[in-house]
Each structure stands twice: as structure tokens, then as C-alpha cells.
Ligand binder design. Structure first.
Ligand SMILES: [Zn+2]
Length: 221
């Protein structure tokens, strides 16, 4: 069916079609010129065709032990190979390099996701940016800025404690955390907890609660 859909598709709009499709369309054009009428029929799962199971079995055997010549590879066939190779080699580098650097981030993201983690959450640009920084461990909280001598004191502006992420999310009196804590309890998050534990969970609901807290308290990190 997908082959028939490819034949129907407008060939100059999306990504280039397989050369086989172009070849078939060319043949169809020849048929039209010669006055032939060609009808394509798609039969689901080859149903009702005698010998179908045998054909399937032979096709599967050919994958393993079929002849490799003569064959013709098109660029579309080969283009998928580097993607698999790059993915595998990236996974290996990711795991090996985590032994020496990026350990904190690796503990949050032990495998490279097929899509960025934030693509399924849709938390808005500000919360997504802040959560990315929190996951990387590079925020603009006072403790972090003081470590790099960008500001003099690691104290939070409230003056009660050091301005790290746990203080900002769990104890800073400047922020209202009523709905934040209620939501975490509703999600059965065991207390006491920490911002690291919440980030490690990679629970979309917990990330949503963190995002709500960021927006409600106009937090910029
Ligand atoms: Zn504070």
C-alpha cells in the first residue's frame, strides 16, 4: 500500500522519491502514450492467494541467505545506514564519557532519547529553558553565580539561607509553594525530597509541577 501511496504522491513537493518510483511512473507514462490502461490493486496481506505463505517464507529466507549479486543500491537505501551507525557510536561515547565527565547529567539522562525530552511536555519556552539549565546544573541561582565569582555572596535575596535550587523550590519564604507541595503530595512523591530527586524521576507530571511553580512565582534561573 505504501508503494501505491508513493506513486500517487506529488513527486516534486516533499523529499525526493525512490528512483524505483520514478522508474515506475516513467513506465506508466509510456503505457498511457501507447493507449494502455493500467490498474493497480492492493490486496491486504496477500489474503486468498495460493502459495502466499511459501512466498513469505522464501522472502524471509532470502534476507539471510539470498544472493548478494546482482543488486543495485540507491542512495535512499544507503542513507539510513549512517543514521544507525551514528546512533550506536553516540550511545557508546555517551556511556563511556560519563565515567569521566558529565556524571550529574548522565545520572538524569542515562540514555540518549530519540527525541528531546521536552518535545513531549510542551511546558512553554521559559520553563523549558530553566528546566534544561537545572538538569545541566548551570542555573543563575546565587550559589552557582557566586561559585564563578559573578556575584559576591551565595545568599538568597530573602537572606535566610544559601540560594541553591533546593532552597528556592522548597524553603525560600519569597515564593508561594502551596499548590506546588500539594501537587507533589498528590503525585505520591515521598518526602523529604530534593530538586535532584525530582529531576532524576523524569516523570512528566512532576516536570509539569516544577514548570507551574516556575511560572506562578515568576522564577528566573
Ligand atoms: Zn530565599
Amino acid at each position: 500500500m505504501s508503494a501505491l501511496q508513493a506513486l500517487l504522491r506529488y513527486p516534486f513537493k516533499s523529499k525526493p522519491p525512490s528512483p524505483l518510483i520514478a522508474h515506475i511512473r516513467n513506465k506508466l507514462f509510456d503505457c498511457v502514450v501507447k493507449g494502455f490502461s493500467v490498474v493497480f490493486v492492493w490486496i491486504p496481506s496477500h489474503c486468498g492467494i495460493k502459495g502466499n505463505e511459501k512466498a513469505d517464507r522464501l522472502a524471509n529466507e532470502a534476507v539471510v541467505c539470498g544472493d548478494t549479486v546482482p543488486f543495485k543500491n540507491y542512495c535512499q537505501d544507503l542513507a539510513t545506514l549512517p543514521r544507525h551507525y551514528l546512533r550506536d557510536s553516540w550511545d557508546k561515547v555517551w556511556a563511556e564519557s560519563s565515567c569521566s565527565k558529565g556524571k550529574y547529567y548522565f545520572s538524569i539522562q542515562s540514555q540518549i532519547p530519540r527525541k528531546p525530552w521536552f518535545s513531549i511536555l510542551r511546558l512553554g519556552k521559559i520553563a523549558t529553558t530553566i528546566l534544561i539549565r537545572m538538569r545541566l546544573g548551570h542555573t543563575t541561582c546565587p550559589v552557582h553565580l557566586a561559585r564563578f565569582h559573578i556575584i559576591d555572596s551565595p545568599q538568597c535575596e530573602c537572606g535566610h539561607d544559601f540560594g541553591d535550587l533546593n532552597h528556592i523550590f522548597f524553603s525560600c519564604p519569597i515564593h508561594d509553594r502551596t499548590s506546588f507541595l500539594y501537587s507533589l503530595i498528590t503525585l505520591r512523591v515521598p518526602f523529604p525530597t530534593s530538586i535532584q530527586t525530582l529531576l532524576f524521576s523524569f516523570n512528566p507530571s512532576i516536570y509539569s509541577v516544577l514548570s507551574d511553580y516556575i511560572y506562578e512565582n515568576n522564577i528566573r534561573l
